[in-house]
Design a protein around this ligand. Structure first.
Ligand SMILES: [Zn+2]
Length: 389
């Protein structure tokens, strides 16, 4: 096995290993170990200094919670983009860094064909389900009724963000009139809840799981405090045909969508208040060419994309200039905006993103979401003053 692959094998297999306890409230045995996990651990045991490889499973999982720079053996590589100050696990689950890195692997930096067929990573399979729906809508957008495709895309994606729990009745109600996607297909992005059980949701990070008598979110590192008395932690009472979002959809569609929808709602409020200055707002224009478009009364058009990433190095590398090729998508200013908690955790976050973003035009603005909101208000103010003159 080439050296870098031990790391990738470990990242992939840790997801497989941990997903066994993904179901809310259910704890299943972690045996037998997935094959890749065994292979990666054997390699680690060989390369770590004699006597330092943990003897028990508990010891091993504890080691994986430590920053990798503290224990990863010299003889094996860590990818340059992986943040060495992060552990592989956090509170018994893949850390945010591990999570994000898994997707980087599947986005083309790793030869997926090398993964044995026996590997079953639920979240990747589930994402493919969403991707297939997107591709069908995209086909309709390109060669059929593009307005309808756009409308149904907004409906689907905002539903998955706003409704981490749903019922068969609600799905039928929402998706009966849709032409490109059926309510059954949207329902397949959810799992059935167990009859009569109580479920919990966090308004900040979605469905919660019970672990050792407390509630845990899908990314415990990003959202930690889930005491039941907190106002953003809500009980979801049992009802007939209750379902919760599958973890792959939860982590890749719902979770990153929460700051997007919050920003979107604040923009809508501004537009209602100042319709003469902020003429129109559009969500996911061009079937998600970017996140939001703002049209102002002086004919300026702003294109905005929200990015919620832990690691600014990897984010910077991914960023490219926002595409505004068609008339509808053309813009005069472009913005990448980041939730402010990302900037609080990491000094120079924006500077690191900028330095790494070699495929990004210098004119693109990089801002925290609150700074971006201030920028819009300033713009509205200046348009109001111009009008008065
Ligand atoms: Zn939470």
């Amino acid at each position: 096995m080439p050296k870098l692959e031990t790391f990738s094998y470990l990242i992939i297999s840790l997801h497989e290993f941990c997903q066994k306890e993904q179901k809310p409230g259910k704890q299943k045995s972690k045996y037998p170990y997935p094959d890749m996990f065994r292979i990666a651990c054997n390699e680690l045991a060989l390369k770590m200094p004699y006597g330092t490889y943990p003897r028990t499973q508990t010891g091993l999982l504890k080691l994986f919670e430590q920053p990798v720079e503290n224990w990863w053996p010299d003889g094996l590589k860590i990818p340059e983009d992986f943040d060495r100050s992060s552990g592989l696990l956090y509170d018994g689950k893949p850390s945010e860094e591990t999570f994000d890195y898994l997707y980087t692997l599947f986005e083309g930096e790793f030869d997926v064909d090398k993964i044995p067929n026996s590997v079953n990573i639920q979240i990747i399979v589930e994402n493919k389900q969403f991707r297939d729906l997107f591709l069908r809508l995209n086909e309709e957008y390109i060669s059929g009724d593009s307005d309808r495709a756009q409308e149904e895309y907004i409906k689907l994606r905002s539903f998955l963000i706003d409704r981490p729990y749903t019922t068969a009745t609600e799905l039928r109600k929402e998706f009966t009139g849709t032409r490109c996607i059926s309510n059954k297909e949207v329902g397949d992005l959810y799992e059935d809840c167990d009859r009569g059980r109580t479920y919990w949701n966090c308004d900040r990070c979605g469905p919660l799981f019970e672990k050792h008598g407390r509630l845990q979110g899908i990314k415990p590192e990003a959202c930690r405090d889930h005491r039941q008395e907190l106002d953003y932690v809500r009980e979801i009472p049992w009802e007939q045909d209750l379902r919760y979002l599958k973890p792959g959809i939860h982590s890749r569609v719902c979770l990153p969508g929460i700051p997007e929808m919050n920003l979107w709602r604040s923009l809508q409020k501004l537009q209602e208040k100042y319709p003469k200055q902020l003429v129109s707002t559009h969500l996911w224009p061009g079937l998600d060419s970017y996140d939001m478009q703002l049209r102002f009364s002086d004919n300026s058009v702003w294109a905005v994309d929200v990015k919620d990433y832990r690691n600014p190095h990897r984010l910077g590398k991914k960023l490219t200039t926002i595409q505004g090729i068609t008339e509808d998508l053309r813009y005069t200013e472009a913005f990448y905006v980041f939730p402010s908690r990302r900037l609080k955790w990491r000094e120079n976050y924006i500077q690191i993103v900028r330095d790494r973003a070699t495929n990004l035009s210098q004119e693109t603005h990089l801002l925290s979401i609150p700074s971006f909101q201030e920028r819009i208000e300033e713009k509205i103010q200046s348009l109001t003053k111009e009008k008065r003159k």
